[in-house]
Design a protein around this ligand. Sequence first.
Ligand code: HEM
Length: 180
Amino acid sequence: MKGIVFDEFLQMVEANYGLITVDSIITKSDLPSGGVYTTVGTYDFNEMVALVTELSQEIDVPVPDLLHHFGHYLFDSLVKTHPEVVSSYSSPLSLIASIEDHIHVHVKKLYPDAELPTFKILEQTDTQLRLVYTSSRGLYMLAKGLMEKTFEHFGQKVNVDFKLLREDGKEVEFTLKQVG
Ligand code: HEM
């Protein structure tokens, strides 16, 4: 996983729970990197698992809720660091439908060792999108947060339903319905 994701995660923890919590989860996670991340570096995904698990225990919030919240936070950071990726879209559904063939393709050029999920579109209309998220990392709640925030970014509202196609969350079907 890219350092930018770790960086943003720790910034979110600091903003919401303070520097003491950041230090505490880094120490308890016993990380090979020591908890020091550079944006372009690549780190073992297990370090993220350890940090999220420690945070979950420390503040008593379930891991899926934390990932969901982190998705909201991460979207704004991604837009700030890569405004050129988002500016070519005029609607949230067209942006989300283009992650697989455009956005993450661009990301892969910038960071060749990025580990990205795949999104397979099942059905698309002007107001609805059905797609399947697949990733060995099972970060579907992060995806949910990112998708919701994409709508907010365009000043629109959405209902996001999902169905786990695999119990471990590595394959999840999403249904997005634009509201209003
Ligand atoms: C991961 C970039 C939009 C879903 C990532 C990573 C980057 C990235 C750099 C980290 C890869 C790694 O750590 O190796 C971007 C940019 C976007 C964007 C620049 C546009 C502003 C989205 C949106 C979604 C999404 C709208 C909504 C579903 C994900 C997920 C991951 C991810 C779920 C985590 C990896 C996984 O699940 O396997 N993206 N992304 N991305 N992206 Fe995007």
